[in-house]
Design a protein around this ligand. Structure first.
Ligand code: WTA
Length: 655
């Protein structure tokens, strides 16, 4: 574990002296007011109970928390339905004509979908799923692009108690196989194609390849997005329009226990096998709704909110679907990429819908900086009143650029730290209260508790760095890993007794602000995507030409980290640019395009200790072009000199 690597960067960060206090106007109208932290500290269970009561329960809960470390149950004798909370209760409250989603297709096709319409579509589809025999507790995989049917499918699952497992549309067939088989999904919901940057992604074809190896799947439901011909397998494949034909627009919701499984979402760990993170019904929804309301200061009747993430990641689950809909927000969903047809697409969308709140990723912001301020300047962005970021540490320059060029120098910027596992935002400013610091996510939101500890698990005094841990259960926390309680305990609860180990390095300054330093385990963060080094290594060694591979992250100005692979070939093979490209495609095919290594260096041997362990720390030094650390344990030190030379050439070539 490498705390030292980032220390220098953090020293620089801690000198960051710029401070932004909430303006008096913003503070006066904010949802979160002073005293909220103290309120939570006085009685944290009472605090969460109050938030939970803002939802509609078909059977009100009488219990708040059962904590048998590390297993939590929240509101566990209560029952509710997520789709009812996200849709029916707003329609009943006379808000059915409010826009739930402004949908913007990549080709410029547009739809406004009201809460009433969304409820109708969800019910019709849920009835169709029921007719196919899907029932409470079944697992269904969803593999789609950003089209309106995606949230409809998720909500329809929640209506009938089916557990969804959304698989990001950028994943490859192999990744679909692993996820579908792990959860033994009985159905897959997909689309013919996805539209992306003027082209198409063959979603149904990818599913066809995967389904040859997934015996549990009985049905495949296909929404039509593009309309080009695809194969449909009789008896298994059904068009969405045939599933919904003739179905009623009312659908009796299942009354779910608060602790019934709501969804699985797979995320990369430190092994090659992704973890199926479990989120349950009551606590998750309470947490998503509360954080969305407070961190984004959402005013449901005036704000137009836009989270530009993909629904296939947790950010989209919590902050495009569940949080915003539970809060009756009006949101934007955009199908495509920010540079299609031109680099001002996001700003054009903000101007068109008068977006007031924008939530995006540091990697996107750094890309916009590179493209230049002329793109946002060409549009009226004066509707914006709040900006947010998520996914990786944001460097102060990007933070300042975002506030200046997108936020007109007026808007607060909330840097939100959280994970798939946490269900929602954990460390973040509250925009009407917190003094903002570019580069710091500030401190834990009310009702959540964190610490920074050293190797021994002792709290590090102010000014020091160590490992980020979370010290009390919270309603949105994961309830475990699907089918693997042992791995859950092992990954998150073993390293430091009684503390949740997040896997992030962190420093805390003298005012108690948290400065996140990135992962301290074998997980890379590339454009905000979590990718395990082991997964990429095992993909590489799956190629018959590869003998051995070691992968690490290399700092990158745009994507945060880029993937660096050191590869030893089998006898008789020579490294070449053509072979490097072949391996890049090979990894992309195995795992998904976003996991393609940027750098590949061929080497006759990897640096190893005398006991035969690959010296990863050394490879990271080589990748970063840093002075090499301790090499005394190395079996053959000549290898490293040679490797440094090769790496220099490769880096020069790719940059
Ligand atoms: C990183 C995304 C610094 C972190 C919601 C975490 C961040 C991982 C931030 C989770 C932030 C996320 N500052 N680092 N504001 N937000 N991270 O599961 O390393 O895709 O552990 O969830 O992203 O990634 P995940």
């Amino acid at each position: 574990m490498e705390i030292a690597d980032s220390t220098q960067a953090i020293e620089t960060l801690l000198e960051e002296g710029r401070r932004f206090q909430p303006s008096a106007d913003f503070a006066a109208q904010a949802n979160a007011q002073a005293g909220i932290y103290e309120e939570a500290d006085r009685d944290v269970e009472a605090f969460w109970e109050k938030w939970a009561r803002t939802l509609e329960w078909s059977k009100p809960f009488t219990k708040v928390l059962d904590w048998k470390e590390p297993f939590a149950r929240w509101f566990y004798d209560g029952e509710l339905n997520v789709s009812v909370n996200c849709l029916d209760r707003h329609v009943r409250a006379d808000r059915g004509n409010r826009i739930a989603y402004y949908y913007e297709g990549e080709q410029g096709d547009r739809q406004s979908i009201t809460y009433k319409e969304l409820l109708g579509e969800v019910c019709v589809f849920a009835n169709g799923l029921r007719k196919l025999g899907l029932k409470r507790g079944d697992r269904v995989a969803i593999y789609m692009g950003m089209i309106p049917q995606l949230p409809v499918a998720m909500l329809a699952c929640t209506r009938i108690g089916v557990v969804h497992s959304v698989i990001f549309g950028g994943f490859s067939p192999d990744s679909i196989v692993d996820r579908v088989n792990d959860a033994r999904c009985v159905a897959v919901i997909t689309a013919d194609f996805a539209r992306r940057r003027g082209g198409t992604v063959p979603l149904k074809h990818n599913v066809d390849v995967a389904l040859a190896q997934t015996p549990s799947v009985k049905h495949c439901i296909v929404a039509k997005r593009v309309g080009d011909p695809i194969e449909m397998k009789p008896g298994r494949d059904l068009w969405w329009e045939d599933v919904v034909r003739g179905q009623s627009a009312t659908c009796e919701p299942e009354s779910m226990n608060a602790e019934d499984l709501l969804y699985l979402l797979y995320t990369s760990g430190t092994t090659a096998k992704p973890k199926g993170i479990k989120h349950t019904t009551g606590g998750y929804l309470v947490y998503a709704a509360m954080t969305h309301k407070l961190v984004f200061d959402l005013k449901d009747d005036t704000d137009v909110y836009w989270c530009s993430a993909d629904i296939g990641w947790v950010t989209g689950h919590s902050y495009i679907v569940y949080g915003p809909l539970a809060n009756c927000a009006t949101s934007v969903i955009y199908e495509g990429t920010p540079d299609y047809p031109d680099k001002d697409r996001l700003w054009e969308i903000i101007e068109r819908y008068k977006v007031t709140i924008l939530y995006t990723a540091p990697t996107a912001i750094r890309t916009f900086m590179k493209w230049g301020a002329q793109y946002p300047q060409a549009h009226d962005l004066s509707s914006l009143r709040l900006l947010g970021t998520v996914g990786e540490p944001i460097n102060p320059e990007a933070w300042i650029w975002y506030r200046e060029h997108i936020g007109g120098g007026r808007t607060p910027v909330v840097d939100t730290w959280w994970q798939t596992e946490t269900g929602g935002i954990m460390i973040s400013p509250l925009p009407g209260i917190t003094t903002l610091m570019p580069g710091s996510a500030t401190y834990p939101i009310p009702g959540t508790y964190a610490d920074v500890v050293n190797d021994k698990g002792e709290s590090v005094p102010p000014g020091g760095g160590g490992y980020l841990v979370l010290t009390k259960p919270w309603p949105g926390m994961l309830r475990g890993i699907w089918g693997d309680d042992e791995r859950y305990v092992e990954t998150y609860w073993k390293r430091f007794p009684h503390k949740y180990f997040a896997g992030d390095g962190c420093r805390r300054d003298h005012d108690g602000n948290y400065w996140l330093m990135g992962r301290v385990d074998d997980v890379m963060n590339v454009s905000g995507h979590r990718i395990s080094t082991t997964e990429v290594e095992s993909a590489l060694v799956g190629n018959p030409k590869v003998a051995e591979a070691a992968v690490c992250g290399k700092l990158d100005d745009i994507t945060g980290q880029a993937i660096y692979a050191f590869v030893t070939l089998r006898g008789g093979q020579n490294g070449s640019e053509a072979l490097a490209n072949e391996l890049r495609e090979f990894v992309a095919d195995k795992l998904g395009k976003f996991t393609r290594p940027k750098y590949i260096t061929f080497t006759p041997e990897l640096p190893k200790t005398r006991s035969g362990k690959i010296m990863r720390r050394l490879l990271r030094d080589v990748a970063e072009g840093r002075a090499l650390g301790d090499v005394t344990t190395l079996a053959d030190s000549a290898i490293v000199k040679d490797l440094e030379e090769r790496a220099k050439t490769e880096i020069a070539q790719e940059e």
